[in-house]
Write a protein that binds this ligand. Sequence first.
Ligand SMILES: Cc1cc2nc3c(=O)[nH]c(=O)nc-3n(C[C@H](O)[C@H](O)[C@H](O)COP(=O)(O)OP(=O)(O)OC[C@H]3O[C@@H](n4cnc5c(N)ncnc54)[C@H](O)[C@@H]3O)c2cc1C
Ligand code: FES
Length: 255
Amino acid sequence: MYRTCEVMENRPVCEGFMRVKLAVGDMAKGALPGQFVMVKCWEGNAPFFMRPFSVNNADASAGTMDLLYKIVGCGTGLMQKLAPGSEMRVMGPLGSSFKIEAGAARIALIGRGVGAAPMRYLAQKAAQGGIAVHVYLSASKEEYLFDKAAYERLGCKVNTTVDPARLVTAYFEADLARHRFDAAYVCGSNRLMRDIKRLMDTYRFAGYASLEEHMACGIGACKGCVCTVRDENGDEHYEKVCKEGPVFAIERLVK
Ligand SMILES: Cc1cc2nc3c(=O)[nH]c(=O)nc-3n(C[C@H](O)[C@H](O)[C@H](O)COP(=O)(O)OP(=O)(O)OC[C@H]3O[C@@H](n4cnc5c(N)ncnc54)[C@H](O)[C@@H]3O)c2cc1C
Ligand code: FES
């Protein structure tokens, strides 16, 4: 079931990217970092399916949720035209969330471009819990290092790169030599995910990745969003990114 929510703001962040703030009421209270919502802001069936977006931020006391989005096609093209006061149908929050282990003292958040959208909310929850948060962002341009100022306001230590020759995980690896990290959270790039898997084997920390797949239903009914995962015996099987994911333990992923 979806809820009809009022658009409070819908502003450009930089060329081709927008952030929409929605009045979602108590849906904000239930939102966990890493979860997503399915949205629809058009009448009729074109496009047919709702579109998935990560929770970029949620404020339980204000009853608001932010979505950071790239304008890529039909649905996001219609989203960008939404004026404050207009309505959007929102289903969620959906899917699995980033696990923060009890007693975690230091974590790493690693993301690329708009793929890092869910990290903002994770940083907020972790920082509120007194956890030291190191953020590693990469992008093709400075303006795509989304939410950098917000991370700094939260007290996170932020490393960035826009240099294709300099992987952001190099900064993380240098920090791993100095500090013990309890977990790393990755999204926005399979290459980053593979690099973190390599570091997990050497430095022994928990790793979680958020996956993106094309989604139709968003609730586990159509089986159109499967990925291959391993169970504890090493046997491979399919799981649905919308239902068992989008967040998976990295060691379970077959990529
Ligand atoms: C769990 C999840 C969370 C997401 N969170 C965000 C987010 O926070 N911000 C954001 O900007 N985007 C996010 N996305 C991607 C977003 O859902 C798509 O960009 C959006 O659905 C495109 O809709 P459209 O109608 O504008 O594009 P379409 O007209 O449907 O497609 C335009 C182009 O985008 C590609 N595309 C569409 N959907 C996806 C997808 N899921 N993955 C990869 N390529 C796609 C199409 O292949 C096509 O080339 C997320 C996707 C998932 C599955
Ligand atoms: S989108 Fe339908 S099962 Fe995942």
